[in-house]
Design a protein around this ligand. Sequence first.
Ligand code: ATP
Length: 225
Amino acid sequence: MIEAHDLELIYSDGTVAVKPFDIKVGAGELVYITGASGSGKTSLLKLLIGSEYPTGGTLNILGEEIKRGNTKSINKMRHKIGPIFQEFRLIKGKTAMDNVKLGMRFIGMTPSQIEEEAQSVLIKVGLKEKLNIKVDYLSWGECQRVAIARAVARKPALILADEPTGNLDRDNAIKMLELLASFRTQDTAVIMTTHATHLIEGHAHATYIHMNRGSVNIERQGKSH
Ligand SMILES: Nc1ncnc2c1ncn2[C@@H]1O[C@H](COP(=O)(O)OP(=O)(O)OP(=O)(O)O)[C@@H](O)[C@H]1O
């Protein structure tokens, strides 16, 4: 799914956000990217979403070579991933259902399949009562769930979430981590950044990417699936 060799990201002002490292992520893996504030977690995730380009090394995601200028490959890759951004990027004035359905436009389902799938995923994330409410009237936590539903309804091969526990109290953070981990299947890998190391430590069958000032240390616990 992901294969990186000597992958590096240095921003144009010279900040070394990700120091060269190698990794392979296979189908069905659950990967946590952890580290202190400013250690490079979001920068690494941006490389994996194709919103930053490697300044060194190679990166292949879902069979596409990710490098500056490879627009076609990057667009192809983006169609196969489900990103969940910190700021959600929902469309205001549209309902939860509409937001999820808009994310499913290009995946070759019939309108009735789209309707059915969008509804089923929104129910799975706990929004059965809010399907037809405009996102403008939903709470922060509910908007987060709409964003998750929109990402997973496309049936992506890779789900990538940036700091999904950020604004949540301990109990809700645990539930959110469990919800995201539940989308891992034999064909789908789930990757997320998180500050909440105390909540994920010891999770069997997970890969941990520990970041420290751009240095990357990878630890695998148990089998990946
Ligand atoms: N666009 C940018 N240009 C230059 N430097 C940047 C840019 N974005 C981030 N940085 C710097 O790169 C380093 C890593 O930042 P990054 O946002 O990846 O860290 P993080 O671990 O995700 O932090 P946080 O947990 O606070 O979100 C930091 O020193 C940050 O200031």
